[in-house]
Structures are given as structure tokens and as C-alpha cells.
Design a protein around this ligand. Structure first.
Ligand code: 13P
Ligand code: SF4
Length: 305
């Protein structure tokens, strides 16, 4: 493995490439990654990199977003199978139908969506800035897609806006049940429960904190508590365990793994760099409209609270 890591680092240097890795990736990917984080952070890094090649160790929509934000770069997805099941739950036709049933209402899409969908939405958001983005619209009602649970969580937190949601969801996060939290609390009564807003409401209602992947990590790092029950994908727990051995992190249950995130191996990353595969391209008209939607998010995200 050490040799492979060195070869990847050399290829990165030779080709002026950067590697972006989502924190649901297999933790070994961090050995070669330049940036590791949540979807907002990675899109900000993709937008500002000067590298010629961006290798995205994440899911398809993330690589596509990187390409839209920085179109002159070559964006590579090491394994094309890495799609987001939630993002694929809504296509352009379904979006148009959703909008036509609810005319004249601003439409917010989660970044976990295709470029085509983004191209016909007003603004996008990630789990870490969803409250800020929806709140910034000062609207009585908004349409939100694809994730119904994130949308309804935003509605409950804001208390000012009716969020009409599309019935999309994340199959990985929906595997977490309220009984799992109740059981874990019995076993670890002093632990804090940290959940991702893609979880079902019956789960986030039982959590001490709900936030994005890096929101969860930041909370655990800064908290005085010593034990944490983590209700999101396993990659978050793997990184916390590795980096903070003095604290205890418990994955809510074993199978909270996003298989699509986990396709990329170090060998795939090596091949991606060596053979410059698989290049992500986006139709220029779609990309231009999707960029407006993503740029609006980045702009609002930069503004103070
Ligand atoms: P983050 O915005 O927290 O990175 O989440 C992306 C994602 O796909 C979670 O399932
Ligand atoms: Fe998509 Fe869910 Fe995987 Fe996140 S965890 S990439 S929402 S399928």
C-alpha cells in the first residue's frame, strides 16, 4: 500500500492534480487526498483549485458539480458506478411535474441532484447550509428536492417557511431506526447522539445534535463529552476514531455504509490519474444554468449569519 500511495503522490505532482475526498470514503483514501470534507467544503475547494486535474473520490453528482464550478479543469471520477441513489430519484421530467403542481414557488435543490435538475432550480444547498439557504429566500413556501427528510427538518428548524418536499430519500440513512437510538442510549447513557438530517424525523427527534458530516465531526471534536453515538455513514466514525483516540465513537449500527461511496480504492485512484479516467463532462447549456443555481448557494453561504 505504501508503494501505491507514493506512486499516486508522484502522479499527482507530475500531472498537477488534486484529489478531493468525501468523508464517507474508505479512510485509506485520506493518505493521498488534498482535501477531505463534506459536500459544501469539497465544492468550494473544487471551485478555487488551480490544479489541471481534479480527481473526485465521491459520488457522481459531486464530480459533476466540480466540473460545473471549474469547467476548464479535467474532472475524473475513479469509478463510474459511484452514483448517489437519492440524486437519481428525480429527473428533469419529475422536477417539472413537481413544479407544475406547485406553481410560482421558489425551488431549492439539495446538491445531491443531477446537473439537469440543478439547471431548473432557483438555488441549491448542502446539508451544512440548508437552513441558511432556505432562510435567505424569506419565502412563505419553498419547494425542496430530492430529500424529503432534509426538507422537513429545515421546515421544523426554521419555523417560518412551509417546505413542500419531493418524496426522495437516502436509503443508507433510512436504515437507521428510532429503536436503534433508544437501544444505543440504554447501552451508553452518557453518550451524545449525533445524526445527519437525511435521517428519518423519528431519528433526528431523538438526537442531541443534527448536522452535516463535518457538522457532526466538529460537534464531537469540540464537545466535552467523551462518548458519541454516530447516526450517519461509517466513514465519519472511522475518521473520528483514527483522529481522536481519546474519545469513543460508536456507529449506530453496522450496516450504515453507502456502498456507492465506497467503490473507489487506492488502485482506482492510481488508474484514474494514470489513464485520466473517467472524465466527467456536462452539456454546456445545462452547465451554465446549473452554475447559476450553485453560485447562488456559494454566495449566500459566504454571507455572515
Ligand atoms: P454532506 O453534505 O454532509 O457531505 O452529505 C452528503 C451526503 O451525501 C450525505 O449522505
Ligand atoms: Fe447519496 Fe445517501 Fe450515499 Fe449520501 S449516503 S451519497 S445521500 S446514497
Amino acid at each position: 500500500m505504501k508503494e501505491l500511495i507514493e506512486q499516486i503522490k508522484k502522479l499527482k505532482e507530475d500531472k498537477n492534480a488534486v484529489i478531493l475526498a468525501h468523508c464517507y470514503q474508505n479512510a485509506e483514501i485520506d493518505e493521498v487526498a488534498d482535501y477531505v470534507g463534506d459536500s459544501l467544503y469539497l465544492s468550494q475547494m473544487a471551485a478555487k483549485t488551480n490544479a489541471d486535474i481534479i480527481v473526485f473520490a465521491g459520488v457522481f453528482f459531486m464530480a459533476q458539480t466540480a466540473k460545473i464550478l471549474n469547467p476548464s479543469k479535467k474532472v475524473l471520477l475513479p469509478r463510474l458506478e459511484s452514483g448517489c441513489l437519492m440524486a437519481d430519484m428525480v429527473n428533469l421530467e419529475q422536477l417539472r411535474e413537481f413544479k407544475s403542481k406547485n406553481p410560482g414557488i421558489p425551488t431549492v435543490c439539495y446538491i445531491n441532484s443531477t446537473a439537469e435538475v440543478k439547471s431548473e432550480c432557483d438555488i441549491c444547498c448542502t446539508s451544512s447550509n440548508a437552513l441558511k439557504i432556505v432562510g435567505s429566500l424569506n419565502a412563505e413556501k419553498v419547494l425542496f428536492l430530492p430529500d424529503t427528510y432534509l426538507g422537513k427538518w429545515v421546515e421544523a428548524q426554521l419555523g417560518t417557511t412551509t417546505v413542500i418536499t419531493y418524496p426522495g430519500f437516502c436509503p443508507t440513512h433510512l436504515r437507521i431506526k428510532p429503536e436503534d437510538i433508544i437501544e444505543a442510549r440504554k447501552k451508553y447513557p452518557d453518550a451524545k447522539v449525533l445524526a445527519h438530517p437525511e435521517c428519518h424525523k423519528s431519528v433526528t427527534d431523538l438526537a442531541d445534535f443534527t448536522g452535516s458530516t463535518t457538522g457532526i465531526m466538529d460537534y464531537a471534536i469540540k464537545s466535552d463529552a467523551k462518548q458519541f453515538i454516530i447516526a450517519t455513514e461509517k466513514g465519519v466514525v472511522d475518521r473520528l476514531k483514527r483522529d481522536y483516540p481519546e474519545k469513543e465513537f460508536i456507529l449506530i449500527k453496522d450496516n450504515i455504509v453507502c456502498q456507492n461511496m465506497k467503490w473507489h480504492t487506492l488502485e482506482d485512484i492510481y488508474n484514474a490519474l494514470k489513464y485520466e479516467q473517467h472524465e466527467i463532462k456536462v452539456d454546456s447549456q445545462i452547465a451554465q444554468k446549473a452554475l447559476t443555481c450553485i453560485d447562488r448557494m456559494l454566495e449566500v453561504s459566504k454571507q455572515g449569519k
